[in-house]
Write a protein that binds this ligand. Structure first.
Ligand SMILES: Nc1nc2c(c(=O)[nH]1)N[C@H]1C(S)=C(S)[C@@H](COP(=O)(O)O)O[C@H]1N2
Ligand SMILES: [Mo]
Length: 420
């Protein structure tokens, strides 16, 4: 950590203190946060403080609903359709799950960066916000509305965080509802609404030469296979990091789907429906799908996250380091549960050595890893980390897809080492 950052303190409870990590927000005209990136490199632990947790709303941020006025329904192919208030839900035995939330689009730009011969600028995990209003917004002025500018204006990094979620197992409610034979999916509808902006798709694909389906004004909705809804760790959560859920994270009640990309974690739950088919929701079959191109006939909803080992220090963007002993540290996670091995290379992938992964009982949460690197020769070094998860998947596991989702490639840090 640089000296400058150490000294840049703030007042906490009346005392001078370290600067607190907070999100890098993008705000609406009223100054309300509608999107935010997490300062991933400025955090030490595995639970991201709520004020530093990334935020995504695909449609318009909805108006908050008071917890006392909140209710949602479970219907469709069930024997006992029912309406629950928050208070009813909190009477069931709860469950607390610690898990990484990662947006499918997190680090999407790195697909281009690591592609041989592409030579694109390395996306930064450390984009600092402007004093007012966050980083440049796509709608700021005429000039910035040019599509190239839009494509550049919102970095894809920092869309990952680790949280503790408390709620009721979804299974408890589905069993009480009594799922009928022939049901295959569970649809969850948020009460947020809007008309999906094609620019979002153009941004994720990095190109504009294709048509995007216009579903009109819709609610955010996803339909998950019943088996995943019945998984013991899939919960309907009302608490996050030990406090009641905040509005931007889906209060009063949101779905938590450990291992699956953030878009499955439906916020602001309004209505749950058990169905005998998988509906054609926009965010199910048109966005967050695999495929080699926009007209690939085999586009499929993307679900499980890949395997990642993110080096948080040293980072090439932080400048040269001196000869000597250095800790290579980072965090590792996988959509299939625990990462059981992290290997480090300091020679661009020629040789690999095992790092130490911190012990943990939370298989869905990221873990810290650590490797001591003794370097005595000045020069330029390519540092890499590679994770292997409990299912034996070795990073990278994801195929390139035109929406550039679920990036889990190995990104080298180019570290300059100077004489000590
Ligand atoms: N109702 C609703 N739920 C939603 C979304 C949304 O737009 N509306 N966005 C999804 C996406 S794309 C992500 S990555 C996660 C982000 O969760 P967070 O804002 O709590 O970090 O919420 C998901 N749940
Ligand atoms: Mo997302």
């Amino acid at each position: 950590m640089s000296e400058e950052m150490e000294l840049e303190g703030e007042w906490v409870m009346g005392w001078p203190d370290r600067k607190r990590a907070r999100v890098m927000p993008s705000k609406d005209a009223e100054g309300r946060t509608i999107f935010a990136r997490s300062p991933v490199l400025d955090l030490e632990g595995v639970l991201t403080p709520t004020d530093a947790y990334y935020v995504i709303a695909q449609l318009n941020m909805p108006d908050p609903v008071h917890p006392d006025d909140f209710s949602f329904s479970i219907g469709g192919m069930v024997n006992n359709p029912i309406e629950y208030a928050l208070e009813d839900i909190r009477k069931f035995p709860g469950r607390t799950v610690r898990a990484v939330t990662e947006c499918a689009g997190n680090d999407g730009e790195f697909w281009d960066y690591i592609e041989e011969g592409k030579n694109t600028r390395k996306p930064s995990l450390r984009v600092v916000q402007a004093e007012e209003g966050g980083w440049r917004q796509s709608g700021d002025d005429e000039e910035s509305m040019k599509i190239e500018n839009i494509l550049e204006s919102i970095p894809t990094t920092g869309l990952v965080s680790g949280g503790e979620w408390t709620g009721v197992p979804f299974k408890t409610l589905l069993e009480l509802a009594g799922i009928q034979d022939g049901a295959v999916s569970v649809a969850l509808h948020g009460w947020d609404e809007g008309r999906p902006d094609p620019v979002t798709q153009y941004m994720s694909a990095g190109r504009t030469d294709f048509d995007v389906v216009d579903p009109g004004v819709i609610n955010y909705a996803k339909a998950m296979p019943i088996e995943k809804a019945l998984h013991e760790d899939t919960i309907l959560a009302w608490a996050h990091n030990g406090e009641y859920l905040t509005h931007v994270h889906g209060a009063p009640l949101r779905l938590v789907v450990p291992g699956w990309a953030g878009n499955w974690w439906v916020k602001w739950i309004d209505r749950i429906e058990i169905l005998d088919h998988t509906p054609d929701f926009y965010y199910q079959t048109h966005y967050f799908v695999s495929g080699k191109s926009p007209d690939d006939p085999n586009k499929k909803p993307m679900k499980v996250l890949g395997v990642k080992a993110l080096i948080t220090s040293p980072r090439d963007e932080d400048g040269p380091i001196k000869c000597g002993s250095h800790a290579i540290t980072g965090r590792t996670w996988s959509g299939e549960g625990a990462v059981v091995r992290v290997e480090i290379s300091t020679d661009g992938g020629e040789s690999w050595n095992d790092a130490i992964i911190e012990e943990s009982n939370d298989r869905w949460l990221w873990r810290r890893f650590h490797y001591v690197w003794d370097v005595s020769e000045p020069g330029q070094y390519k540092i890499m980390a590679r994770g292997t998860d409990e299912k034996g998947r070795v990073q990278p596991t994801m195929d390139w897809n035109f929406q550039r989702k679920h990036f889990d490639g190995i990104v080298p840090e180019n570290i300059i080492v100077e004489k000590g």
